[in-house]
Design a protein around this ligand. Structure first.
Ligand SMILES: [Ca+2]
Length: 514
């Protein structure tokens, strides 16, 4: 049901510009920080304040260099986040079927982390946990609850940058509490506070959004239905923000959180017919149903198709999913182009990632409520000044590492609450050799440096795992052949059970058992 009519495009844009200018003025009075003063005065930031993390923050030299001397200054940061995008859906990273020219451009421009992942989910809404982890750099069991609320003591990346003099902007999905959004961002537009664009709420075609509210109240009555596809609404807001940046303003942090390719998978033309379901191959690990009840066989995501899965239905879902990805790729491209058009591309760090993957036919599953690679691995590319171009890394990087990595690239110290590892820049640390994943109270998994994977399923109330799966990812990257019962692999199984126990202890799994 359309609750509120979409607003006209022209007046909306004019209103945005006036709000942005007003906000800069309000913020300048309220904070007096160099970013706001610089934005207000139309000059680059000077004076400087220490970064929130102290070490590595602004220095007089750095800030002097940020003046009108033509010298390089601290880079802008653009985060492009997609929703439920599997790691294997980028053309330049090996998917010959899919069309992703913008993601491919980022692959060529930066470093792709081909084994990046979220750590999993506390509840079915995996997005909540993964986004809280991305924003705060905290590991899965060190969030508040499932991450629904990001408490003030968990400093977010935009909070860190705000304190370092950045002007922070957001558009798109925020699946955590509004107070954390308000703490994090100076400005935003076409803001979606929610989980997904339910068809009954207008779907992707008419997403329920907010304009920026300087009072921070965001009353229900202010919500409006967008009149363009969700990705277009978010790209429009980001492009407008970038195009209207005052000349010489403070560096910006822009968080563009698309809701595609999350279902409902309803790509608009021409993306709705871009992929012919008849030409879509089933994934190698397709199954009509999961080999056993993993405790999560029925939930909203899994019930989108009946069991057993009909191969033709799965092909149609994948075709629509790919259409959604190509559509959001085009909108991402508009944002990158806007940065380039302002002459800022050479001094902007771009992070592209997704919050989690999706099974969509793999293993007989459709959703992300599991710890198979299809669901925990995500695309992650970082491009920008000083970052190796057209490079790949197969290290086990988490979304929780993004905060420390961006801070490292900017010469900032991460906040004390961050637990991630910087994987690029001057502050880069040693990247872990084991990746740990968990889902709710049910699934626990590890991937090891020698490319083995162990998953434990806790399907009863006892402390022990009721079922194990062992995969040799070198020869079986699709996790098809469970070797846990193979006689020749019992020593490996025992070894990995010990590693899994150590990882559960390291990340303080609240369900510690075996
Ligand atoms: Ca998601």
């Amino acid at each position: 049901m359309m609750l509120i009519q979409a607003r006209a495009r022209g007046p909306e844009k004019a209103r945005m510009w006036s709000r942005w200018v007003s906000l800069v003025a309000i913020a300048a009075v309220g904070c007096g920080g160099p970013a706001y003063q610089a934005a207000k005065n139309g000059t680059a930031g000077t004076g400087g304040t220490a970064g929130a993390g102290g070490a590595g923050g602004s220095t007089p030299e750095r800030d002097a260099a940020a003046g009108d001397t033509g010298e390089p200054r601290r880079p802008n940061v653009l985060v492009l986040l997609t929703d439920d995008q599997r790691a294997d859906t980028v053309h330049a990273l090996g998917n010959s079927l899919i069309h992703t020219p913008t993601m491919d451009r980022l692959v060529r421009a930066g470093t792709s982390f081909t084994q990046a992942s979220c750590q999993g989910g506390i509840v079915g809404a995996v997005c909540v946990t993964s986004r809280a982890s991305l924003m705060t750099g905290r590991t899965i069991n060190h969030l508040q609850g499932a991450g629904d609320i990001i408490p003030p003591e968990h400093t977010t990346l935009p909070e860190l940058l705000r304190k370092a003099g950045y002007f922070t902007f957001a558009t798109g999905k925020w699946h955590n509490d509004r107070a954390a959004w308000i703490r994090s961002f100076d400005y935003g537009d076409n803001i979606f506070f929610g989980a997904m664009h339910f068809p009954s709420d207008g779907g992707h075609e008419h997403p329920l959004l907010f304009h920026f509210d300087p009072t921070g109240n965001y009353p229900y009555e202010a919500m409006f239905h967008g009149d363009r596809f969700s990705s277009v609404m978010y790209a429009d807001a980001a492009v407008d923000f970038i195009q209207n940046l005052p000349a010489g303003s403070a560096p910006f942090f822009a968080y563009v959180a698309f809701t595609a390719p999350h279902d409902p998978r309803t790509p608009p033309p021409p993306y709705d017919t871009m992929y012919d379901p008849a030409q879509i191959p089933l994934p190698d690990n397709f199954l009509p149903e999961h080999p056993f009840d993993d405790g999560e066989i029925h939930n909203r995501d899994e019930d989108l198709l009946g069991i057993p899965r009909d191969p033709e239905d799965v092909k149609r879902e994948i075709a629509a999913y790919y259409g959604m990805i190509s559509e959001v790729d085009e909108q991402m491209g508009r944002v990158v182009d806007a940065v380039e058009a302002r002459g800022l591309l050479d001094n902007t760090v771009i992070v592209f990632a997704a919050d989690n993957g999706l099974a969509i036919g793999s293993h007989g599953l459709l959703g992300k409520q599991n710890v198979y690679d299809c669901s925990v691995r995500v695309p992650m590319i970082v491009a920008g000044p000083g970052i190796a171009a057209n490079a790949t890394s197969d290290r086990y990087v988490y979304l929780a590492d993004v905060l420390a990595t961006v801070a490292s690239l900017l010469g900032l110290g991460p906040p004390a609450s961050s637990e991630g590892t910087a994987v690029l820049g001057a502050g880069a640390g040693t990247i872990r050799s084991v990746a740990y994943h968990q889902y709710a109270g049910l699934h626990r998994g590890i991937r090891t440096a020698d490319h083995w994977k162990l998953i434990g399923y806790r399907l009863t109330d006892g402390p022990q795992f009721d079922r194990l799966q062992l995969f040799d990812l070198d020869v079986d990257p699709d996790e098809i052949n469970d070797l846990s019962a193979a006689t020749e692999h019992q020593s490996k199984l025992t070894e990995l059970q010990s590693v899994l126990a150590s990882q559960r202890a390291l990340y303080e799994d609240p369900l510690l058992g075996n």
